[in-house]
Ligand binder design. Structure first.
Ligand code: ADP
Ligand code: MG
Length: 267
């Protein structure tokens, strides 16, 4: 089965890391846009996404003959969805709704590689599908590893399930390669940043001790993420290192990791 067989208005793509999900998503989007359709591309991979920095989900609107244009982001706050599943599911819902507002007749959602039942992967993918229902769920799998996710949906008329074997040329990346790719994307996003002082009245969501280096999401009036920041000072006078224009910031959400703005490295 290829992308030709998928003809739904909402498509959720699942599979372990390095199964060819993102490649498949790009092909599907090209097919649709070449037919004149406007497509919403929700990149919900907070680790190895391709539309923005790590720790966020991004929405790009893809119009015929034009490059994908990122129109909204959603802050999750970590580079893995483990322990951050609520913002992951809500983000997929909010970005998909935003895609419809932007005039997208179709939306395709690319996801992280977290599918293992023992790590909450089945719950995460199941609740994403529920958030989008009715939808087509495309699974790239080698030997039935997605059965706990796809099995029940196959018997449920609200879902169309399409199982696809990964392409032969799919390349696996090492842990180090993945970490280096994330660091580069953090670095690129934070480049050109400067220290911006946050007004005392700015709402700050999140808990825990806040120290220098903590990643934050800077949110607009709709709760979408206008960009990332890294805490420079906290306490009575709060400041973050960020490329974002302060005038766009209506709220701050604390992330779950530290990032060095120079190297982009986590830790
Ligand atoms: N059908 C395919 N044939 C050849 N190479 C592929 C194919 N699908 C993916 N790849 C390559 O395999 C790697 C991982 O693919 P990717 O789409 O990023 O996987 P995922 O999104 O599941 O992590 C990439 O280098 C990509 O270019
Ligand atoms: Mg991918």
């Amino acid at each position: 089965m290829t992308e030709r067989a998928v003809d739904a208005s909402t498509v959720l793509v699942v599979g372990r890391t390095d199964r060819g999900k993102t490649t498949w998503v790009r092909t599907l989007i090209e097919r649709w846009t070449s037919r004149g359709e406007t497509v919403g591309w929700v990149d919900a991979d907070v680790g190895q996404g391709v539309l923005g920095p790590p720790a966020v989900q991004s929405l790009a609107v893809c119009r015929p003959g034009r490059d994908p244009q990122v129109v909204a982001r959603w802050f999750v706050g970590n580079t893995s969805p483990r322990a951050h599943m609520l913002p992951c599911v809500v983000g997929v819902l909010r970005l998909t709704a935003r895609a419809r507002e932007e005039g997208c007749s179709r939306v395709v959602v690319d996801t992280t590689g977290l599918v293992a039942p023992s790590e909450g992967g089945v719950a995460l993918k199941t609740w994403k599908a529920e958030a989008l229902a009715p939808c087509t769920v495309v699974g790239l799998e080698v030997d039935g590893e997605l059965e706990p996710i796809l099995g029940p949906m196959e018997a449920d008329p609200r879902f169309e399930v399409v199982r696809i074997p990964p392409g032969r040329g799919v390349r696996r990346r090492s842990f180090e390669e993945r970490a280096a790719a994330r660091a580069q994307r953090f670095r690129e996003h934070l480049a050109g940043g400067r220290e911006i002082a946050l007004p005392q009245e700015t709402p700050v969501y999140g808990t825990g001790t806040v120290g220098r280096g903590r990643l934050v999401g800077l949110l607009d009036g709709g709760g979408f993420c206008v960009g990332l920041g890294v805490v420079a000072r906290w306490g009575e006078r709060r400041a973050v290192h960020s490329p974002v224009d302060l005038h766009r910031v209506c709220a701050v959400r604390l992330g779950a990791l530290k990032v060095d703005p120079e190297s982009g490295r986590e830790g």
